[in-house]
Design a protein around this ligand. Structure first.
Ligand code: SF4
Length: 235
């Protein structure tokens, strides 16, 4: 689906979030700054004029079987949330699924991963067990007709399926992520993109990964990330 980018809107949002993120990363640290940014992210999406067109509903979980990308800051924040918030039994289940998924996905490139439906380890009884801490990719994923998401799930080899989405929701979410990422990159932190299960498994198995990340070193010794620039990086 092609859309017209609302350049003044995107520029304004990027300038506002970039300044706020830059100051917070400096003042409260990168993980806390990221966590603070999530509320602004959700508010911006909720304020998009086409928010009412979304088909996304509680209990609809097609997209929770698609490939999810995260940056290291998200992986560390998610693991903090899991440790703090999930009961021991659920934690054990989640960690076991993360390890199984990362083993299954090991060595696959992005295209190969997209051809596989892999249930997210946080999908439990039709709900997201880390909803407040879910990745930016999940916050931004949306559709105006769930039939497209179901079709992608049923036929993951078919890359011509292009679920309909809401243009202003997309621009608000993507611009927010671009601005926060730009502030992290300028501050010297890793902004590579990793597959969710692989990043979490690496963070769990490499005890010094968080220390390396917070010291502005590459966090994961077993993973090579893709250095993905934001969609609106040139605006
Ligand atoms: S983190 Fe939550 S919203 Fe995202 S794919 Fe997993 S279950 Fe779905």
């Amino acid at each position: 689906m092609e859309i017209d980018i609302d350049i003044p809107f995107v520029r304004g949002l990027i300038a506002e979030e970039h300044a706020r993120a830059r100051d917070e990363i400096r003042d409260v640290g990168v993980v806390r700054a990221y966590e603070n940014s999530r509320e602004r992210h959700d508010s911006r999406i909720a304020a998009a004029p086409d928010i009412g067109t979304l088909a996304c509903r509680s209990g609809c979980t097609w997209c929770c079987h698609f490939s999810v990308d995260v940056r290291a800051v998200e992986a560390f924040s998610i693991l903090d949330f899991v440790e703090r918030s999930l009961p021991d039994e659920e934690k054990a289940r989640v960690y076991s699924e993360i390890r199984a998924n990362s083993t299954a996905l090991d060595g696959m490139d992005e295209i190969e991963r997209m051809r596989r439906n892999v249930k997210c380890p946080f999908l439990s009884q039709g709900r997201c067990s880390i909803y407040a801490a879910r990745p930016q990719t999940c916050r931004n994923y949306h559709a105006t007709d769930a039939a497209g998401c179901e079709a992608s799930y049923q036929d993951p080899d078919n890359f011509d399926i292009d679920p309909e989405f809401a243009p202003m929701v997309y621009q608000a979410g993507a611009a927010h992520v671009d601005a926060f990422t730009r502030a992290m990159r300028e501050a010297g932190y890793d902004t590579n993109v990793y597959e969710l299960n692989c990043a979490l498994a690496a963070a769990l198995s490499e005890p010094r990964s968080r220390e390396r990340f917070e010291s502005k070193l590459p966090p994961f010794q077993q993973l090579t990330g893709d250095d993905v620039c934001g969609d609106f990086d040139e605006i």
